[in-house]
Design a protein around this ligand. Structure first.
Ligand SMILES: [Cu+2]
Length: 344
C-alpha cells in the first residue's frame, strides 16, 4: 500500500482506510469496470455508464434521509422573518444552527458533515441592499464554530477569533447584526481553524443582497460548487454543485426557451486551487460578485478561485438538453456535471 492515498489512486486501488473508501470505489465510474485500466489512465480514464454520461454506480442518494435535496436547494431563497424598524427600514432575522450529522454524498458513501441548519450548502439568505440583517447563531456541534460573512460590516461582526464574540463554543450562541451591503452575491462560512476542515465539512452558504433597483425578473437558481474529502488526505474524492454529484444529470434542471435564467454561482471548493463552470450550446453574461449591473464578459466558461462567486444570465434559444459542468474534466467525472432541459 502506498503511503498517501490520493483520489487518483482511489480510481486504481483502494487501500482499506478512510470512511466509505470501498463504497466510494464502487460508486465512482471506472473504465469498463477495470481497476487496472482506470489506474493506467488516471481519473480521466473514468468512463461513462448507462446513457453515455458519467454517473455514480449503485443506485441513488437518499435525499430524504439526508434532510435536503439539491433540487429544492436550487431554487430555495430564505428571506427571513421580516419586520419594519422605527426608521422605516426592513429588519430580517434568521437563526442558523451548526450541527454534525452523517449524510450520503454518493450512493453508499457516508460522510460526517458539519452544516448550518442541517443542509449543505446552508440556507441561501436573501435581502435587499440597506436592510438590517440579524443572524442568531447557535452552535449545536462539538467544536467551536462561527459565521464569517463576506461583505461590508463592523469588525466585531466578522465572525473570526478574537473579534466580537469570537469563536462560539459548543452550546454557545451569538448574534451577527449589520446592514446589507454591498449588493451582490456574498458568501458566508465558518472561520475557525483548521479553516480548510471547517469549510470542507460543509459549514458554508450564500447571502444574496439584491440591489434596490431590482434585477429583471428571471428564473433564478443557486449553485454552490463544492467537493468532499472522504479519506482525510486533504484532496477531494467527489465534486458537485449543491453537494450531490450528478444530481442535475440524473434529473435535469427544467427551464423555458427564451426565458431569462439567472444562476447565482459560488465556489467554496477546498483543497483544489480553482473550479469552473462551462455551459454547452449557449453563452451567458457574467457579473463577477454580482456587484455591477454591467456584465464583464459574454462567454461559456468562467473560472473561480475559492470564495469567488458571480451571477450568470442566459436565455436558451433552442429546446433540448444542455450540459453544464466544471471544465476540469476530472471534477466532471467525479460528480460536477448536470443538464439544463429546455422546453418550449
Ligand atoms: Cu467551524
Amino acid at each position: 500500500m502506498s503511503k498517501r492515498l490520493t483520489r487518483r489512486r482511489l480510481l486504481g486501488a483502494v487501500p482499506a482506510v478512510g470512511l466509505g473508501a470501498t463504497a466510494l470505489h464502487a460508486a465512482i465510474p471506472h473504465g469498463h469496470g477495470s481497476a487496472a485500466a482506470a489506474a493506467e489512465h488516471g481519473a480521466s480514464g473514468a468512463h461513462a455508464t448507462g446513457n453515455g454520461h458519467a454517473a455514480f454506480r449503485g443506485g441513488e442518494v437518499d435525499h430524504r434521509a439526508n434532510g435536503f435535496d439539491p433540487h429544492t436547494i436550487l431554487r430555495d431563497f430564505d428571506r427571513g422573518r421580516t419586520s419594519r424598524m422605527a426608521d422605516g427600514r426592513t429588519l430580517r432575522e434568521w437563526t442558523l444552527i451548526a450541527s454534525e450529522h452523517e449524510i450520503e454524498i454518493a450512493p453508499g458513501v457516508r460522510f460526517t458533515a458539519w452544516s448550518y441548519n442541517g443542509r449543505i450548502p446552508g440556507p441561501t439568505l436573501r435581502a435587499t441592499e440597506g436592510d438590517r440583517l440579524k443572524i442568531t447563531f447557535i452552535n449545536g456541534g462539538r467544536h467551536p464554530h462561527t459565521i464569517h460573512f463576506h461583505g461590508i460590516h463592523p469588525a466585531a461582526m466578522d465572525g473570526v477569533a478574537g473579534l466580537g464574540d469570537g469563536e462560539i463554543g459548543p452550546g454557545g450562541r451569538t448574534v451577527y447584526e449589520f446592514d446589507a451591503a454591498p449588493y451582490g452575491l456574498q458568501l458566508y462560512h465558518c472561520h475557525v481553524r483548521p479553516l480548510a476542515e471547517h469549510i470542507a465539512k460543509g459549514l458554508y452558504g450564500t447571502l444574496i443582497i439584491d440591489p434596490q433597483q431590482p434585477r429583471a425578473k428571471a428564473d433564478e437558481m443557486i449553485m454552490v460548487m463544492n467537493g468532499f474529502d472522504t479519506n482525510f488526505d486533504r484532496a477531494n474524492e467527489l465534486y458537485a454543485a449543491n453537494t450531490i454529484g450528478f444530481a442535475y444529470s440524473d434529473k435535469p434542471v427544467q427551464v423555458k426557451r427564451g426565458e431569462l435564467v439567472r444562476v447565482y454561482l459560488v465556489n467554496v471548493l477546498e483543497y483544489d486551487l480553482i473550479n469552473s463552470f462551462h455551459l454547452h450550446g449557449n453563452f451567458f453574461h457574467y457579473f463577477p460578485t454580482g456587484s455591477s449591473r454591467q456584465p464583464s464578459e459574454f462567454t461559456d466558461t468562467v473560472m473561480l478561485c475559492q470564495g469567488q462567486r458571480g451571477i450568470l444570465e442566459m436565455r436558451f434559444p433552442n429546446t433540448g438538453k444542455y450540459m453544464f459542468h466544471a471544465h476540469q474534466s476530472e471534477f466532471t467525472e467525479l460528480g460536477w456535471m448536470g443538464f439544463f432541459e429546455v422546453s418550449a
